[in-house]
Each structure stands twice: as C-alpha cells, then as structure tokens.
Ligand binder design. Structure first.
Ligand code: GLN
Length: 254
C-alpha cells in the first residue's frame, strides 16, 4: 500500500515580507555558513513569507534590511573585507539602533565587535555593534559545542567551532549562551557568543541554524517585529528532522 505523507504547513496568510542582506558571501562562507541563509529563507518560504535577499560584495553599498548575516572566514578573508565593512560602521550602528537583526558567525562575529587582532599583522577594526574585542590566541579551538541560552526553548544551541580568536565581552553585551561542551568565546569564562539588542554573534558553524531551527525562528520573529512594529507569532512547521539533528549533537564532544 502506498503511504502518502502529507505535511500540512500552516501557511501564513498575512502577506508578510522581510529583507535579508548577506554580507560578503564570496569571502565569509566557511564550513557551510551559507546554510544559515538557506534555513532562514526556506523557513520563510514554507510559511509563505516573502524574502528580499541581497548578496553584498565588499565594494557594494549595504542596503537597509530587516536582517543582516555575515559568515565566518580565515584571517586572509577577514583582512580583505574588514576595511570595506568598516566604511559602513555608522550606517550599521543606525540599523542596529532601529532594531535590525544581525547574525555573525565566527570571523563575521569578530568583525561585529570593536576589533580583531590576528596572530600576525595589523588589528582589523570592527563596526562595534557588539561591545566586544577579539585577539588571536596561540591555540586553535576545534570541536563540537553545546551551549545553554536563557531565551530559547529548548535552551540548547549546538554547532562546531574552529577558531584561534579569543573574544571578550564588555559593557551591556552579554553572552549568547553558557558553554556546556566546547570552548566558546575564549575557553576561559564559559561564555559562547554574544548578544546586544538584536545583534547576535556566535562561534557556532555547522551550519548553525538548520540544526537550531528554534533559534532561526527566534531571529525571524525579531526581524518581523522590527519590520511590522508588533510581535509576530510564526506558524508552526514540521521540524522533526531539524530537532533530530539538534538532539543528535546535544552534549556530545565528538
Ligand atoms: N580567522 C578567525 C579565527 O581563526 C575566524 C575563523 C572562522 O571564521 N572560523 O579566529
């Protein structure tokens, strides 16, 4: 007997739309970080939420957007893009203060702070959306990470880290999560990632959002609230595959 699997998505009928600007995908797209954009755009598509997607190259202007994404990269790519990003510092600070959502992964996360000082060469100035700074250590942190947030259900976020940068948070910039397995920001203070207003940074590659769909939806909800000026409940999706992927990593070092 042929079994027909009907996945009924509770399609959104509110004719919603958000804009997503992807900063420097040709340079900052390490360890599959493009998967974050795929997760965000598919989770909108499955809900009939339209997405204006902008792929931004280093010499392009940066458009106004409801959500900005910047992925990870080796030091060389960061050296290439940092001066281009820095030119837009004041604009990006305005976007942050208007409530736009930012997600930075690893190298991109580092450039959302005040600076990243690679092991060799000049300090790379960041855009200061996060009150944080990063200095390269002499040890590379590589491996799985499980960390616990205080704002997601389930509280866990999981991923893979590969960085020599040690990030330190200050002021009102708080950790995204507390490390349970892995190193996180610096392997010293138990913090992983960062959050200030709607700006989020994390060391979690993997890519992050496909196996942390609850975090993806949290970011989309913030972007919709920024766009429409009121909290937006997202219609439910069948996340069995995403949840199984998440749970297959939780608490595992290897
Ligand atoms: N080059 C930076 C570091 O080594 C970021 C690496 C990354 O994005 N995975 O810390």
């Amino acid at each position: 007997m042929k079994r027909i699997y009907a996945i009924i998505y509770d399609m959104d009928k509110r004719d919603l739309k958000i804009s997503i600007a992807h900063l420097y995908p040709k340079h900052l797209n390490l360890y599959g970080d493009m998967g974050n954009i795929i997760a965000l755009t598919k989770r909108c598509e499955w809900r009939n939420i339209k997405v204006d997607y902008y792929s931004v190259n280093p010499n392009d202007d940066i458009p106004e957007a409801d959500l900005y994404f910047i992925g990870g990269g080796q030091d060389n790519e960061q050296i290439t893009v940092a001066p281009c990003l820095y030119k837009h510092k004041n604009f990006l600070l305005e976007q942050r203060d208007k409530g736009s959502v930012f997600l930075g992964i690893c190298g991109g996360y580092q450039l959302l702070g005040h600076y990243y000082a690679p092991f060799e060469g000049e300090k790379l100035l960041g855009v200061g959306l996060l009150d944080a700074f990063t200095v390269a250590g002499n040890k590379r942190f590589i491996g799985n990470v499980t960390a616990n947030t205080d704002f997601l259900t389930p509280k866990t976020v999981v991923g893979f880290e590969n960085h020599a940068g040690l990030t330190y948070l200050q002021g009102d910039t708080k950790p995204l999560a507390k490390v349970e397995i892995g190193n996180g920001n610096n392997g010293e203070d138990g913090s992983e990632g960062a959050r200030f207003m709607n700006v989020f940074g994390t060391y979690l590659h993997g890519s992050l959002l496909p196996k942390n769909s609850h975090f993806a939806d949290y970011l989309l909800s913030l972007a919709l609230e920024k766009k429409y000026g009121e909290p937006m409940d997202l219609s439910r999706l069948d996340d069995k595959i995403e949840i199984d992927a998440h749970n297959s990593v939780v608490g595992k070092a290897y």
